[in-house]
Ligand binder design. Structure first.
Ligand code: NAD
Length: 393
């Protein structure tokens, strides 16, 4: 029987994205699946119901109906990433149902247990392996691209200066100096966007491999006198370093920071709190009117004084800790997420039916719960479950 895919309205406060957009339905229509959309699910992102019906989706009046009729539920924020309101979905879930979405699997262990308790298979988009064949399913990268772009715009907006150099009859405007700390996907996009706005941009990262990428965007790579040969893991991510390393890093970064008008921080270590790279003292050394946008606020922040979700001021320096930046650009964030998730589904659906082959790397890496068990080793570790789950097939 053809698999039915359901899309529900996001319930997290301020979450304007939707998991599927009408253009992504063309990808799914080819797989022989049927798509159900909760009425109004795409409205906040700019996609009216009529555009979905034009692409052969059926509109369902209620969330409960979508859960009752669909075998696969697509969300942007599933339970672990929507901890309060997401709980209301638990009673709607059915044994054997497949849930796909972000779910903070490496920190929200309780959510994983609750999903296992409902007997659903939960596939977490955060765990998508960063291998070439999964690149088009990598939603973390797509959302980081949006976050980096928006962070640069936020900085430009709250800066009391302009970003570009201008030579006018009224005199010369000097360009703003922007430093981006953490040159991963979000950081590189913040660099590119700041450059387009005309700023003089530099970038910094612990991973030596980032140098070339920063320079290819026309920015200067900041080199600190630190031993970084062990800073990168096999997967290309930064590793957590010791406190001694971070202390030395803060000391060296202080001087670089003092010369900037804008600092955008995006440094993260997967599954861990963000490293604190900027102290209150370092902020105080920046010129009044400078701006710091801490994109790592969701993970606690790269700056000691960041308050997630707020903007604070210290000695005339504004420190913003924005949350959920991708939701502030819901149209394109949804379009990119939908393409990632539709490609993932296309990969999982064979002859119109979804199959979860646990020997497949992409399934194995993303599968958090299966047949009433938490099966992902790192999530099991988080929950203190050491033994193998009983129902491995
Ligand atoms: P991330 O969000 O985990 O971290 C952001 C950046 O912060 C990283 O570049 C990291 O090195 C940096 N960082 C961590 N600690 C730091 C510190 N103390 N000081 C300075 N910087 C610090 O990373 P991400 O953006 O998701 O991606 C990281 C890597 O993965 C990059 O090399 C990226 O190009 C690569 N990647 C590969 C694929 C793929 O092959 N499919 C897809 C996406 C990203």
């Amino acid at each position: 029987m053809a698999t039915t895919i359901g899309v529900v309205t996001e319930s997290y406060p301020g979450e304007h994205r939707v998991a599927l957009v009408p253009s992504a339905l063309s990808v799914l229509n080819k797989t022989g699946t049927e798509v159900l959309i909760q009425a109004g699910a795409g409205a906040a992102a700019g996609f009216p119901d009529s555009e979905y019906t034009d692409k052969n989706a059926r509109i369902m009046a209620s969330r409960a109906e979508v859960f009752a009729s669909a075998q696969v539920i697509l969300q942007v924020r599933s339970l672990g990433a929507d901890p309060d309101r997401g709980r209301a979905d638990l009673p709607l879930m059915r044994r054997g149902q497949v849930i796909i979405g972000f779910g903070e699997p490496l920190t929200a262990g309780e959510a994983a247990s609750a999903l296992a308790g409902r007997g659903v298979a939960f596939l977490a988009m955060e765990l998508m392996p960063r291998i070439t064949r999964a690149q088009s399913m990598d939603a973390l990268s797509s959302m980081a691209t949006i976050a980096g772009y928006k962070a640069a715009l936020m900085a430009a907006d709250s800066l009391p200066r302009m970003m570009p150099m201008l030579m006018t009859a009224a005199g010369t405007v000097t360009p703003a100096r922007v430093l981006v700390i953490g040159a991963g996907v979000a950081g590189l996009q913040a660099i590119a966007t700041s450059r387009r706005l005309g700023a003089i941009v530099s970038g910094y990262d612990v991973r030596p491999a980032a140098k070339e990428q920063v320079e290819s965007l026309g920015a200067r790579f900041v080199v600190l006198d630190l031993e970084t040969s062990t800073a990168e893991d096999k997967g290309g991510y930064a590793k957590a370093m010791g406190e001694e390393f971070y202390a030395r890093q803060r000391q060296l970064l202080g001087d670089v920071l003092a010369e900037q008008n804008v600092v955008i921080t995006t440094a993260a270590v997967p599954g861990k709190k963000a490293p604190v790279l900027i102290t209150r003292e370092m902020v105080r050394r920046m010129a009044p009117g400078s701006v710091l946008v801490d994109v790592a606020a969701e993970r606690g922040g790269n700056c000691e004084i960041t308050i997630p979700g707020e903007t604070v001021e210290e000695a005339g320096v504004r420190v913003a800790g924005p949350l959920n930046l991708p939701a502030t650009i819901p149209y394109h964030a949804s379009q990119m997420y939908a393409r990632n998730v539709a490609t993932f589904l296309k990969y999982l659906v064979k002859d119109g039916a979804i199959t979860l082959d646990r020997n497949d790397e992409i399934v194995r890496e993303t599968l958090v719960t299966y047949e009433s068990d938490v099966v992902h080793p790192r999530v099991r570790e988080l929950l203190g479950l050491v033994s193998e789950p009983q129902h491995v097939h």
